[in-house]
Design a protein around this ligand. Structure first.
Ligand code: NAP
Length: 319
C-alpha cells in the first residue's frame, strides 16, 4: 500500500535536499519506493499559528511526518525568543500531538546546540543537555515536547548543516573568498559539518526501516492488517539519533577546505571566538557520537571532506 509522507519546511536546506532525493531515485537508491511525498512550506503549513496547524490536519491524513521546518536564525533568536519558541517548541508539540492521535510516526530534526559544548569527547544521545543559547533551548524544548507526547518516531540531532540550497557557511565562504584576499575564521569551535543530502538520506533510511518493520509485523500478525486503527511500526519508544558527516574540524579548517577544493586563493586567518563576538553563545565542542545511527542497515556516513567536494561540484554545476 502507498505510504503518504508529509514533509514540512520544503524551502529549507533539508527540505530541498529531501525533494532532490525523492525526485532522483538513483540518489535515494530506490528506498522511497511505495511512498508519495507532500512537501509543504510556510504558505501551506505555517507554524506560527496553532489554529492553522489544526486546520491543515483536519481534512488530510498522512502515514508519516518529517518536520524539516524550524526557526534557524541562531543569533536573531536571542532577540526573538517568543517566535523561536513558537516554531521550535510549541508548534512541534502540536505536531507531536497530532502524530500521537493519528498513530503516525514523526521524524524531527534537532541540533548539537542542545549541549553545553564543554565536553572533550563526542556527545552520545544519552548525555546531559544544557543549551547555551535561545535557539538551543527552544530546540531542546521541542525534543522534550515530542518525548512527552508519547508519539512514535525519531529525533535526529545534527550539526553545521550546509548544502547547495539556501544560505550557509559554504556559500558564504565562497562568496567572501572571491571578494577578499583574506578572511578571519574561528578556530576554537570544533564540530562536524553535515551535508544536507547525507542527512536527507539518513532520514529516508529511518523512514524506510520503520515501514519495513511494519510490513513484517503485518505479515506475521493478520489482525494488525485488519485492524481499523494502525499499529506503530517503530517499536515501543521514540528514538533519538545523532547524525553528521564523519570526522571533525574547526570552522577555520572547514573554510580552508572550501577554498582548497574550489581553487579560491583566499588566505584564512585563525581567530578565537572572543575576537568574533555574536549575540548567541556557541558551544566550543559539539562533536556527536554516531554509533547508534550507524547500526541502521543501509546508513552511510561519508567523510566530511568527501561530501564537501560533492556539494562544491553541485554548486559549480548550478553556476
Ligand atoms: N542549519 C544548520 O546548521 C543546522 C544545524 C543543526 C540542526 N539544524 C536543524 O536542521 C533542521 C533543518 O535545518 P535547515 O538548515 O534545513 O533549515 P533552513 O534552511 O533554515 O530551513 C528551515 C525551514 O523552516 C521554515 N520555516 C521557518 N519558519 C516557519 C514557519 N513559521 N512556518 C513554517 N515554516 C517555517 C523555513 O521556511 P522559509 O523558507 O519560508 O523561510 C525554511 O524552509 C532544522 O530543524 C534545524 O533546526 C540545522
Amino acid at each position: 500500500m502507498t505510504k503518504r509522507i508529509l514533509v514540512t519546511g520544503k524551502n529549507g536546506q533539508l527540505g530541498q535536499s529531501l525533494q532532490k532525493l525523492v525526485e532522483d531515485s538513483s540518489l535515494s537508491l530506490g528506498i522511497t519506493a511505495g511512498m508519495v511525498f507532500t512537501f509543504v512550506g510556510r504558505d501551506e503549513l505555517g507554524l506560527t499559528c496553532s489554529d492553522s496547524i489544526s486546520a491543515f490536519f483536519s481534512n488530510q491524513r498522512f502515514d508519516a511526518m518529517i518536520n524539516c521546518a524550524a526557526y534557524t536564525a541562531v543569533d536573531k533568536a536571542e532577540s526573538e525568543p517568543e517566535l523561536a519558541d513558537q516554531i521550535n517548541h510549541i508548534a512541534v508539540a502540536q505536531l507531536a500531538e497530532i502524530a500521537k492521535v493519528q498513530a503516525i510516526p514523526l521524524i524531527h530534526i534537532s541540533t548539537d546546540y542542545v549541549f553545553d559544548g564543554q565536553s572533550y569527547k563526542p556527545y552520545t544521545e544519552a548525555d546531559l543537555t544544557d543549551p547555551q543559547n535561545v535557539y538551543g533551548l527552544t530546540k531542546l524544548k521541542g525534543e522534550q515536547a515530542i518525548l512527552a507526547s508519547g508519539c512514535k518516531g525519531a529525533i535526529i540531532r545534527t550539526s553545521w548543516v550546509y548544502s547547495e540550497f539556501g544560505s550557509n557557511f559554504v556559500k558564504t565562504m565562497l562568496r567572501l573568498g572571491k571578494e577578499r584576499d583574506s578572511l578571519s575564521v574561528i578556530f576554537d569551535q570544533i564540530g562536524s559539518p553535515t551535508y544536507a543530502t547525507d542527512l536527507a538520506q539518513a532520514v529516508l533510511v529511518i523512514l524506510n526501516s520503520a515501514f519495513s518493520k511494519l510490513n513484517e509485523q503485518q505479515m506475521q500478525v493478520p489482525e494488525i492488517q485488519n485492524s481499523p486503527r494502525r499499529k506503530y511500526p517503530w517499536g515501543a519508544k521514540l528514538k533519538i539519533y545523532h547524525f553528521s558527516n564523519e570526522g571533525v574540524c574547526s570552522w577555520y579548517d572547514f573554510a580552508k577546505a572550501i577554498f582548497e577544493l574550489s581553487d579560491v586563493s583566499c588566505h584564512v586567518l585563525p581567530i578565537e571566538t572572543k575576537d568574533y563576538p555574536t549575540p548567541a553563545k556557541r558551544p566550543h565542542y559539539s562533536v556527536m557520537n554516531k554509533a547508534k545511527i550507524k547500526q541502521l542497515p543501509g546508513l552511510v556516513v561519508p567523510y566530511w571532506r568527501d561530501s564537501l567536494q560533492t556539494c562544491l561540484k553541485e554548486l559549480e554545476a548550478k553556476e
